[in-house]
Design a protein around this ligand. Sequence first.
Ligand code: IMP
Length: 174
Amino acid sequence: MERYRKKVLYSRDVIDERVKALAGQVSRDFSGKDLIVVGVLKGSFMFMADLIRAMTIPCTIDFIRLASYGSATVTSGKVRITKDIETPITGRDVLIVEDIIDTGLTLAFLKEKLLERNPRSLKFCTLIDKKHRRKVEFHSDYVGFDLDQGFVVGYGLDFDEKARYLPDVYVLEE
Ligand code: IMP
Protein backbone atom coordinates (compact mmCIF):
# COMPACT_ATOMS: atom_id res chain seq x y z
CA MET A 1 0.00 0.00 0.00
CA GLU A 2 3.05 2.23 0.43
CA ARG A 3 3.09 3.04 -3.28
CA TYR A 4 -0.34 4.69 -3.03
CA ARG A 5 -1.29 8.10 -1.73
CA LYS A 6 -4.46 8.30 0.33
CA LYS A 7 -7.02 11.02 -0.26
CA VAL A 8 -10.04 11.50 2.01
CA LEU A 9 -13.16 10.55 0.07
CA TYR A 10 -15.78 10.46 2.84
CA SER A 11 -14.82 12.27 6.03
CA ARG A 12 -15.98 10.98 9.42
CA ASP A 13 -18.58 13.79 9.57
CA VAL A 14 -20.03 12.90 6.18
CA ILE A 15 -20.07 9.21 7.14
CA ASP A 16 -21.76 10.03 10.43
CA GLU A 17 -24.52 11.92 8.65
CA ARG A 18 -25.17 9.11 6.13
CA VAL A 19 -25.07 6.42 8.82
CA LYS A 20 -27.63 8.33 10.90
CA ALA A 21 -29.90 8.67 7.85
CA LEU A 22 -29.62 4.94 7.11
CA ALA A 23 -30.29 4.11 10.77
CA GLY A 24 -33.44 6.22 10.59
CA GLN A 25 -34.66 4.37 7.49
CA VAL A 26 -33.88 0.96 8.99
CA SER A 27 -35.59 1.88 12.27
CA ARG A 28 -38.76 2.92 10.44
CA ASP A 29 -38.80 -0.11 8.13
CA PHE A 30 -38.17 -2.69 10.86
CA SER A 31 -40.23 -1.16 13.62
CA GLY A 32 -42.14 -3.94 15.44
CA LYS A 33 -40.23 -6.70 13.61
CA ASP A 34 -37.99 -9.44 14.98
CA LEU A 35 -34.77 -7.99 13.57
CA ILE A 36 -31.40 -9.73 13.41
CA VAL A 37 -28.54 -7.60 12.13
CA VAL A 38 -25.73 -9.68 10.65
CA GLY A 39 -22.37 -8.07 9.98
CA VAL A 40 -20.11 -9.50 7.31
CA LEU A 41 -16.62 -9.68 8.84
CA LYS A 42 -14.29 -8.05 8.94
CA GLY A 43 -15.03 -4.96 6.87
CA SER A 44 -18.44 -4.06 8.32
CA PHE A 45 -17.50 -3.94 12.00
CA MET A 46 -17.15 -0.17 12.35
CA PHE A 47 -20.12 0.67 10.13
CA MET A 48 -22.33 -1.85 11.91
CA ALA A 49 -21.38 -0.56 15.37
CA ASP A 50 -22.29 3.00 14.35
CA LEU A 51 -25.45 1.95 12.51
CA ILE A 52 -26.84 -0.01 15.45
CA ARG A 53 -26.08 2.73 17.94
CA ALA A 54 -27.95 5.23 15.78
CA MET A 55 -30.99 2.95 15.43
CA THR A 56 -34.01 3.50 17.64
CA ILE A 57 -35.36 -0.08 17.60
CA PRO A 58 -34.13 -3.26 19.32
CA CYS A 59 -32.30 -5.95 17.38
CA THR A 60 -30.14 -9.00 17.94
CA ILE A 61 -26.67 -9.15 16.46
CA ASP A 62 -24.59 -11.80 14.77
CA PHE A 63 -21.62 -12.01 12.44
CA ILE A 64 -20.64 -14.08 9.46
CA ARG A 65 -17.27 -14.35 7.79
CA LEU A 66 -16.83 -15.15 4.14
CA ALA A 67 -13.68 -15.88 2.22
CA SER A 68 -13.18 -15.55 -1.47
CA TYR A 69 -10.14 -16.70 -3.32
CA GLY A 70 -8.57 -13.73 -5.07
CA SER A 71 -5.98 -10.99 -4.87
CA ALA A 72 -5.90 -8.06 -2.44
CA THR A 73 -8.28 -6.02 -4.57
CA VAL A 74 -10.31 -8.43 -6.74
CA THR A 75 -12.85 -11.10 -5.78
CA SER A 76 -12.52 -14.38 -7.65
CA GLY A 77 -16.16 -15.37 -7.26
CA LYS A 78 -15.43 -18.61 -5.41
CA VAL A 79 -16.90 -17.75 -2.03
CA ARG A 80 -17.25 -19.87 1.10
CA ILE A 81 -18.45 -19.32 4.67
CA THR A 82 -15.54 -19.54 7.13
CA LYS A 83 -17.59 -18.49 10.20
CA ASP A 84 -21.34 -18.97 10.15
CA ILE A 85 -23.95 -17.08 12.16
CA GLU A 86 -24.96 -18.76 15.41
CA THR A 87 -28.55 -17.50 15.41
CA PRO A 88 -31.39 -19.44 13.73
CA ILE A 89 -32.99 -17.12 11.18
CA THR A 90 -35.98 -19.15 10.06
CA GLY A 91 -39.09 -16.97 10.21
CA ARG A 92 -37.13 -13.91 11.32
CA ASP A 93 -36.25 -10.57 9.70
CA VAL A 94 -32.60 -10.42 8.72
CA LEU A 95 -30.54 -7.38 7.74
CA ILE A 96 -27.09 -8.11 6.33
CA VAL A 97 -24.56 -5.31 6.82
CA GLU A 98 -21.62 -5.14 4.42
CA ASP A 99 -18.81 -2.62 3.92
CA ILE A 100 -18.78 -2.47 0.12
CA ILE A 101 -20.36 -4.26 -2.83
CA ASP A 102 -18.23 -4.57 -5.93
CA THR A 103 -18.87 -7.44 -8.36
CA GLY A 104 -21.83 -8.60 -6.24
CA LEU A 105 -20.47 -12.16 -6.18
CA THR A 106 -19.97 -12.28 -2.39
CA LEU A 107 -23.47 -11.14 -1.45
CA ALA A 108 -25.19 -13.05 -4.26
CA PHE A 109 -23.62 -16.19 -2.79
CA LEU A 110 -24.61 -15.23 0.76
CA LYS A 111 -28.17 -14.41 -0.28
CA GLU A 112 -28.61 -17.83 -1.89
CA LYS A 113 -27.21 -19.60 1.20
CA LEU A 114 -29.33 -17.67 3.71
CA LEU A 115 -32.57 -17.96 1.71
CA GLU A 116 -32.23 -21.76 2.09
CA ARG A 117 -32.87 -21.15 5.82
CA ASN A 118 -36.22 -19.49 5.13
CA PRO A 119 -35.99 -16.15 6.89
CA ARG A 120 -39.21 -14.10 6.98
CA SER A 121 -37.33 -11.35 5.17
CA LEU A 122 -33.76 -10.81 4.03
CA LYS A 123 -32.47 -7.29 3.31
CA PHE A 124 -29.04 -5.85 2.62
CA CYS A 125 -27.35 -2.67 3.79
CA THR A 126 -23.98 -1.56 2.46
CA LEU A 127 -21.89 1.47 3.28
CA ILE A 128 -20.57 1.76 -0.29
CA ASP A 129 -21.99 0.42 -3.54
CA LYS A 130 -19.88 0.16 -6.71
CA LYS A 131 -22.96 -0.60 -8.83
CA HIS A 132 -21.27 -0.27 -12.22
CA ARG A 133 -18.75 -3.04 -11.34
CA ARG A 134 -21.31 -5.84 -10.98
CA LYS A 135 -20.59 -9.20 -12.56
CA VAL A 136 -23.87 -10.59 -11.26
CA GLU A 137 -27.09 -8.75 -10.59
CA PHE A 138 -27.36 -7.72 -6.96
CA HIS A 139 -29.50 -5.06 -5.33
CA SER A 140 -28.79 -3.58 -1.91
CA ASP A 141 -31.84 -2.23 -0.07
CA TYR A 142 -29.87 0.41 1.84
CA VAL A 143 -26.80 2.19 0.44
CA GLY A 144 -24.62 4.77 2.17
CA PHE A 145 -22.63 5.97 -0.83
CA ASP A 146 -22.55 5.13 -4.53
CA LEU A 147 -19.01 4.97 -5.88
CA ASP A 148 -18.09 5.04 -9.56
CA GLN A 149 -14.43 4.18 -9.40
CA GLY A 150 -11.41 3.72 -7.18
CA PHE A 151 -10.26 1.45 -4.38
CA VAL A 152 -11.14 2.69 -0.91
CA VAL A 153 -9.79 1.99 2.58
CA GLY A 154 -10.53 3.02 6.14
CA TYR A 155 -13.62 2.87 8.39
CA GLY A 156 -13.33 -0.93 8.37
CA LEU A 157 -12.26 -1.31 4.76
CA ASP A 158 -8.80 -2.72 4.11
CA PHE A 159 -6.10 -3.14 1.54
CA ASP A 160 -4.44 -6.43 2.40
CA GLU A 161 -5.53 -6.05 6.08
CA LYS A 162 -4.11 -2.53 6.33
CA ALA A 163 -5.95 0.74 7.05
CA ARG A 164 -9.13 -0.72 8.60
CA TYR A 165 -8.64 1.34 11.77
CA LEU A 166 -8.83 4.75 10.07
CA PRO A 167 -11.96 6.75 10.98
CA ASP A 168 -12.42 8.27 7.50
CA VAL A 169 -12.73 6.58 4.09
CA TYR A 170 -9.82 7.23 1.72
CA VAL A 171 -9.38 6.52 -1.97
CA LEU A 172 -6.00 5.16 -3.01
CA GLU A 173 -4.12 7.00 -5.74
CA GLU A 174 -0.94 5.93 -7.55
P1 IMP B 1 -17.66 -8.48 -4.35
O1 IMP B 1 -17.94 -9.94 -4.17
O2 IMP B 1 -16.84 -8.24 -5.59
O3 IMP B 1 -18.90 -7.63 -4.32
O4 IMP B 1 -16.68 -8.10 -3.22
C1 IMP B 1 -16.96 -7.39 -2.11
C2 IMP B 1 -15.74 -7.45 -1.22
O5 IMP B 1 -14.57 -7.03 -1.95
C3 IMP B 1 -15.88 -6.46 -0.09
O6 IMP B 1 -16.50 -7.04 1.03
C4 IMP B 1 -14.44 -6.08 0.16
O7 IMP B 1 -13.84 -7.00 1.03
C5 IMP B 1 -13.76 -6.18 -1.19
N1 IMP B 1 -13.68 -4.87 -1.85
C6 IMP B 1 -14.20 -4.52 -3.04
N2 IMP B 1 -13.89 -3.24 -3.35
C7 IMP B 1 -13.17 -2.76 -2.31
C8 IMP B 1 -12.57 -1.48 -2.02
O8 IMP B 1 -12.63 -0.51 -2.77
N3 IMP B 1 -11.91 -1.40 -0.83
C9 IMP B 1 -11.81 -2.42 0.05
N4 IMP B 1 -12.34 -3.63 -0.19
C10 IMP B 1 -13.02 -3.80 -1.36
